[in-house]
Design a protein around this ligand. Structure first.
Ligand code: ZN
Ligand code: ZN
Length: 334
C-alpha cells in the first residue's frame, strides 16, 4: 500500500513509498483510513525539527473504519467509523500513566512518530483508544478530533480558568487557535482572535465562526483579558499574551517557540498570572473533545480547507506551511 514515509531525521526525506499492510495484533484494531489530517507536528517532522524513529509512516490525526480486530477485541467493532488516540503504547506504571497522563510517559510510543501512522490506507491502533463517531460528521472533519483533544487537555483540564463571563484572547488564528477559540466559546466565554496581517483569510474565518478579531496592527490591549491562549508559537505572540493578561489572569501556552526568546516574564509576578499548558492529549481530554463534538459545540467542518489523495502530498504540505488555508486532509481512498 502507498504511504507517506519519513526515511530519516534529516530535513526533507519524506516520500510516497510502498509499505506492507499491517494486521491487528492482540488488543489492537486495524483501521481502513478514511481521512488523515496534516498536523503542525507533521510539518516539524518534514523539516527535520521533530525526531521520529525512521523509517516510519507519519500521520496521527486519523478517522477510519475498523476492518479487523486482534485477539481479545470484540469483532462487533468491525465496520464502526472511529477516531483514534495517538498513543500506541506507554509503560502503564509510571506516575503519569497511573494518573491519566500517558502523554507525559517517558516510554510513550506514538502513532506516526515511533510506530507507523495513518498517512496510508491501513493503520493498526490500540482498541482502547478508539472513539466511535456520530453519523453526521464527515470523516475529514472528524480527523480534527485529535487536535481538539490536545486543546481540551491544555484548556479544559482540572485547573480550567475559562468559563462564562471570561473575556478570552486567542493569539494565532491557525487550526489550533480556532479550535481553542471554539472551546473557550463553548464554555460561555466571549472570545477575541488576534492574528497578523498575513493571517487575513484565517481571521475572516474566525469572524464567520462568531469571534471578534484583531489584526496585529492594532495595539495590544494591556491587562484587558481574563485569559489569553497563546497559539502562535512566536515570541511576539507570547510577549503580547503576557501584556494582554489581566490581573490574576490565566495564560495558556499552546504554541511552541522552538528556541530561546526574550520575554517580559515579570508580568507573571506583578499581575499574579497563572501559566498553564497542555502537551498532546490524554484519555480524559479525548472524552471532553468527543462530548464537544456530540453536543455540536464546535464546528470542525468549517476548519477543513481541502481533502486530497496521498499523491498530492507535496502540494498539501506546502499549503499547510503557508497561511493559505487551515487544515489539509488526505483521503487515501481517493
Ligand atoms: Zn496533531
Ligand atoms: Zn508511563
Amino acid at each position: 500500500m502507498q504511504a507517506i514515509v519519513k526515511g530519516s531525521n534529516e530535513p526533507g526525506d519524506l516520500t510516497l513509498g510502498e509499505v506492507a499492510r499491517p494486521s491487528a495484533r492482540s488488543g489492537n484494531v486495524l483501521l481502513e483510513v478514511a481521512a488523515t489530517g496534516i498536523c503542525g507536528t507533521d510539518i516539524h517532522i518534514y523539516k527535520g525539527e521533530y525526531n521520529v524513529v525512521p523509517p516510519v509512516v507519519i500521520g496521527h490525526e486519523v478517522c477510519g473504519f475498523i476492518c479487523d480486530t486482534g485477539e481479545g477485541v470484540s469483532n462487533a467493532l468491525i465496520g464502526k467509523r472511529v477516531v483514534s488516540e495517538t498513543f500506541f503504547s506507554v509503560c502503564k506504571v509510571c506516575n503519569f500513566c497511573r494518573n491519566g497522563k500517558p502523554n507525559l510517559c517517558a516510554q510513550r510510543k506514538s502513532i506516526g512518530t515511533h510506530v507507523n501512522g495513518a498517512m496510508t490506507s491501513f493503520v493498526e491502533v490500540p482498541a482502547h483508544g478508539v472513539h466511535i463517531l456520530p453519523d453526521w460528521i464527515s470523516s475529514p472533519a472528524a480527523s480534527l478530533a485529535e487536535p481538539l483533544a490536545c486543546i481540551t487537555n491544555g484548556m479544559a483540564d482540572d485547573n480550567y480558568l475559562v468559563g462564562p463571563g471570561s473575556d478570552v484572547l486567542v493569539i494565532g488564528p491557525g487550526a489550533i487557535g480556532l479550535l481553542a477559540a471554539q472551546v473557550a466559546q463553548a464554555t460561555g466565554a466571549s472570545v477575541t482572535v488576534r492574528g497578523t496581517p498575513r493571517d487575513r483569510a484565517r481571521l475572516d474565518l474566525a469572524e464567520k465562526l462568531g469571534f471578534a478579531v484583531q489584526d496585529g496592527s492594532a495595539p495590544i490591549e494591556e491587562a484587558r483579558f481574563s485569559a489569553v491562549v497563546e497559539c502562535s508559537g512566536s515570541p511576539y505572540g507570547v510577549e503580547d499574551a503576557l501584556k494582554a493578561c489581566g490581573k490574576r489572569g490565566h495564560l495558556v501556552a499552546l504554541g511552541i517557540i522552538g528556541k530561546s526568546a526574550t520575554l517580559s516574564f515579570d508580568h507573571v509576578v506583578f499581575k499574579e498570572l497563572t501559566v498553564t499548558s497542555g502537551f498532546a492529549s490524554n484519555p480524559r481530554s479525548w472524552q471532553r473533545a468527543m462530548q464537544l463534538i456530540a453536543d455540536k459545540k464546535v464546528d470542525l467542518e468549517a476548519m477543513v480547507s481541502e481533502v486530497a489523495p496521498l499523491r498530492d502530498w507535496k502540494r498539501l504540505f506546502d499549503k499547510s506551511m503557508s497561511a493559505e488555508g487551515l487544515k489539509f486532509v488526505f483521503d487515501p481512498r481517493a
